[in-house]
Design a protein around this ligand. Structure first.
Ligand SMILES: Cc1cc2nc3c(=O)[nH]c(=O)nc-3n(C[C@H](O)[C@H](O)[C@H](O)COP(=O)(O)O)c2cc1C
Length: 174
């Protein structure tokens, strides 16, 4: 796993301009996104956290990225495993999103899963999943940017996504 590119850390340290965090959240909340649960296994124990900062990065090689908070206790364990699976939630999985967003919760209680090629949990009934090995980590303020090299991925034959918009949940009505 490669570590840090000077540019980003210089930007973070050198950039004086700060914005009001509540205003930042309110404005960025207008950018609607899908929702994934990033999962991993360490010493046989599954871990996971809800994320909306997930993005497709590169087609060839297949790379994706997302940004976990430096305060995430689940991510710390997943990172140690060297791999993760991004599980794209369906419109019926708002409860799954909520439980995996609750720090300290028994997140996997009542949630079925099977191990992927990297051993990371593929949650039951998700819309799609993307299994990755951690390729790089970049420091980015109070979060990190994690790049994953895609090992395997699949999508369900049908279903619609759960969306995040303005601090709440939405559905895709097409
Ligand atoms: C819709 C939604 C999107 C979220 N997106 C992110 C994200 O992109 N990155 C992140 O670190 N936390 C994100 N969170 C918050 C984490 O899910 C939450 O802090 C984490 O699950 C806390 O648990 P942990 O202490 O076990 O890591 C999001 C929460 C919700 C409800």
């Amino acid at each position: 796993m490669a570590d840090g590119v000077d540019g980003i850390s210089d930007l973070v340290d050198g950039g004086a301009a700060t914005v009001d965090t509540a205003h930042f959240r309110a404005v960025l909340g207008h950018f609607a996104t899908g929702i994934v649960v990033v999962t991993g296994v360490l010493d046989g124990v599954p871990y996971g956290l809800t994320c909306q900062s997930f993005v497709s990065l590169s087609l060839d090689p297949g790379l994706v990225a997302f940004s976990p908070s430096k305060r995430s206790s689940s991510w710390k364990r997943i990172q140690e495993s060297g791999a993760f699976c991004a599980n794209v939630l369906t419109e019926d999985q708002e409860d799954v999103s909520r439980v995996f967003a609750t720090s300290g919760a028994d997140k996997f209680r009542g949630v079925g899963w099977r191990p992927s090629e990297t051993g990371s949990p593929i949650l039951q009934d998700v819309l799609a999943w993307v299994d990755c090995r951690i390729e790089a980590r970049y420091d980015a303020g109070d979060h990190d940017i994690i790049v994953g090299r895609v090992v395997d991925l699949e999508a369900a034959p049908r279903g619609r996504p759960l969306l995040a918009y303005r601090g709440g949940y939405g559905r895709f009505d097409a």
